[in-house]
Design a protein around this ligand. Structure first.
Ligand code: MSP
Length: 511
């Protein structure tokens, strides 16, 4: 199997400021990227912005700007947010960049030369905010089935992609790759959608001009979804640098929200097939966040601003909350109470307290100095075994992209360590000098456990992992991760290491 790991987020529209939904996917992708880098894979993590199309053109008009001025302004809001959220993307693609425009034009031409693009007339119901055409049957009480807004009849000359020719190849691909779409329920939905028939797809527009011109017919601009999906390959250097492209392609996973599954799991693989390229390995559709039970919308004024959440709660607690609160793939609900509860119970009480009390005890009993453990009992062996089991669980939960399972496995180990301290009662051992070697064994076991926890939480909470490790006088986890196999092995805390107490990792939040 290839050692590379290519993960993407959707590219975000620049007509809107970043919100919690954007932060969600990007944090999830970052956690995968960090986990696989630490596991020794060569990771390429891509995010970016979707800057063409009528939606952006209209938003710019409303703001009294040109589309590129709007894009240049909003893209900074995304980039700054990713820095603030500690996102480790390897590249950031904008669809207005030369490299992308060139790749998209070449891709269009390639399919055209292959005979899968033709000029025709298109007429149907069109939803402008969604940039989607709908058939009469697809409308929901005469409204757009995606957003519920008004649609209007639109007729235009258009280039069509012969998607109908790819119905069977796509079904074959789906059958041969049962993990192509996750969660499983979405895979099943998708298979029945494709069985229902694929029509040719209109892939150009003449009613506005903010887009990539169709090669050889600049009256048309390329449909924004055709343009946008290509970001996943233009960022790899397609078509000029096919060596680099082939190194990372096919993508291991495109992380997306459930609303854009059809684009990624029907349009995208068929475009690729038409160009003679392999479809991505997996498309994972996560659920949507509601806000205190309500749909997030500008009109309800309940849009959750991730900048505000970072300022209020801190970057790691937010990253943790997003991936712990809701099973990845399901819908979830955001509320201030929910995040405060997670911070106080999981972070402050369980993890923060484990570190704090352990450092305090070592400080008091041995002036902060660790020594080799001696005479292990079943308890210590059990902790070591649980740590090893936890790594295995983490690995398989990551393969399923089940972040909540990764985290609950880590928290089982944290609880076990807290319980181990209660069971061994270091404060009692300390009273009897004959028991001091036993006390040192307990302390060494606890700190070895904490070292592993710092490694396990690292993809989710890189900053806190670093702070924990600083207290343990361990180096931060940074590339090139050459210590990997050693890090995962039990018994790496150096004897005679001095531990220094730091500020509490996760202060409690008073609601
Ligand atoms: N530009 C397209 C994607 C092109 S990818 C080739 C787009 N952009 S978007 O900015 O509108 O949406 C980006 C992502 O945000 C989508 O995956 C969408 O599911 C996600 N979310 C929007 N609102 C959301 C929530 N309330 N909750 C979770 N994710 C949400 O679509």
């Amino acid at each position: 199997m290839s050692n590379t790991f290519y993960v993407t987020t959707p590219i975000y529209y620049v007509n809107d400021l970043p919100h919690i939904g954007h932060a969600y996917t990007t944090v999830a992708a970052d956690v995968l990227a960090r986990f696989y880098r630490y596991a020794g894979r060569e990771v390429f993590f891509l995010t970016g912005t979707d800057e063409h199309g009528q939606k952006v053109e209209r938003a710019a008009e409303a703001a009294g700007e040109t589309p590129i001025q709007l894009a240049d302004r909003v893209v900074e809001r995304f980039k700054t947010l990713w820095v603030k959220l500690n996102i480790s993307n390897d590249d950031f693609i904008r669809t207005t960049q030369e490299r992308h425009v060139k790749a998209a034009s070449r891709f269009f031409e390639t399919i055209q030369e292959h005979g899968d693009i033709y000029l025709g007339m298109y007429e149907d119901w069109y939803c402008t905010p969604c940039e989607s055409f709908w058939t009469e049957q697809q409308l929901d009480n005469g409204k757009c089935p995606d957003c519920g807004r008004d649609v209007h009849k639109l007729q235009e000359e258009s280039y069509f992609f012969r998607m109908s020719a790819y119905q069977q190849p796509l079904l074959d691909y789906l059958e041969a790759n049962p993990a192509f779409v996750r969660p499983v329920s979405r895979y099943n939905e998708l298979v029945s959608f494709v069985r229902g028939g694929l029509k040719d797809l209109s892939i150009s527009r003449t009613t506005f001009s903010w887009g990539i011109p169709v090669p050889g017919n600049p009256k048309h601009v390329i449909y924004v979804w055709f343009d946008a999906l290509l970001n996943y390959i233009s960022a790899l250097g397609y078509p000029d640098d096919m060596e680099r492209f082939n190194h990372f392609w096919p993508a291991n996973v495109h992380l997306i929200g459930k609303d854009i599954l059809r684009f990624h799991a029907v349009y995208w693989p068929t475009f690729l097939m038409a160009a003679g390229l392999t479809p991505p390995r997996q498309v994972f559709a996560h659920g949507w966040w509601t806000i205190e039970g309500k749909k997030m919308s500008k009109s309800l004024r309940n849009v959750v601003d991730p900048y505000r959440l970072v300022d209020l709660y801190g970057v790691d607690p937010l990253r943790y909350f997003l991936l712990r609160e809701v099973p990845f793939g399901q819908d979830g609900d955001y509320s201030d109470e929910a995040i405060i509860h997670r911070i106080n119970s999981d972070l402050a009480n369980d993890l923060g307290n484990l570190l704090n009390r352990s450092v305090g005890m070592l400080d008091k009993y041995f002036k902060g100095r660790l020594a080799e453990p001696t005479d292990l009992t079943d308890l210590e062996v059990g902790i070591r075994e649980l740590t090893e089991t936890t790594y295995r669980q983490i690995k398989s939960a990551f393969e399923e992209i089940a972040f909540h399972h990764v985290l609950s496995a880590i928290w089982r180990l944290i609880s076990r360590l807290n319980k181990y301290i209660d069971e061994t009662a270091p404060w009692t051992l300390f009273k009897d000098p004959d028991m001091h070697p036993r006390l040192m064994t307990v302390m060494a076991t606890v700190f070895e456990g904490i070292r592993h926890i710092s490694q396990m939480i690292y993809p989710f909470m890189p900053e806190s992992a670093g702070k924990m490790r600083a207290q343990l006088h361990l180096p931060p986890i940074t590339p090139p991760y050459s210590q990997l196999s050693k890090d995962y092995t039990w018994g790496q805390m150096r004897p005679d290491e001095t531990i220094t107490r730091g500020a509490p990792l996760f202060p409690r939040i008073n609601a």
